[in-house]
Design a protein. Structure first.
Length: 154
């Protein structure tokens, strides 16, 4: 199993990047974060992102989170996924024919098991994974799961 060489974590309430975009680059991963323009009314950022990639460039895993009414749910999602990083990386090392199915099941079960009753706010998140030349995404909104499917990455 390969370990991730790129590990990026961002929670907008900690680093809002209002009027100050950030571009993070490491290896094949490039991420831009921007909290908005204060002249246009932006005064806080409740979003988040998480990304990992392996040292050989065989896979990437990313999560983009849109928080509403508070960043508590964003922090909870990022913390929970990070707590299971080694399991997710293990799944990403499976053959493509199995990996996407295993990853989807694992992430859906993991997110469904999170207790959110004491958390203020809500979040929508997009989980994206690439393995070899294949890409998949899963969109989580209001505990509904919409599968975008597997697409050949060209």
């Amino acid at each position: 199993m390969t370990k991730s060489t790129c590990s990026f974590r961002w929670i907008g309430s900690d680093e809002p990047h209002l009027d100050d975009p950030l571009v993070y680059s490491q290896g094949r991963v490039h991420i831009g974060v921007y909290g908005g323009n204060t002249n246009a009314g932006a005064d806080k950022n409740e979003d988040g992102a998480l990304a990992w990639s392996d040292e050989s460039g065989e896979w990437e895993f990313a999560m983009i989170i849109d928080g509403h009414n508070s960043s508590e749910s964003v922090r909870l999602l990022v913390d929970e996924i990070e707590a299971h990083q080694s399991e997710i990386e293990g799944i990403l090392c499976n053959p493509v024919s199995q990996m996407f199915k295993y990853l989807q099941q694992y992430v859906v079960n993991l997110l469904a098991s999170i207790h959110t009753t004491s958390v203020r706010g809500e979040s929508s998140c997009l989980v994206v994974a690439r393995k070899g030349c294949y890409l998949t995404s899963t969109d989580f909104r209001n505990r509904r799961v919409t599968l975008e499917g597997i697409e050949r990455w060209r």
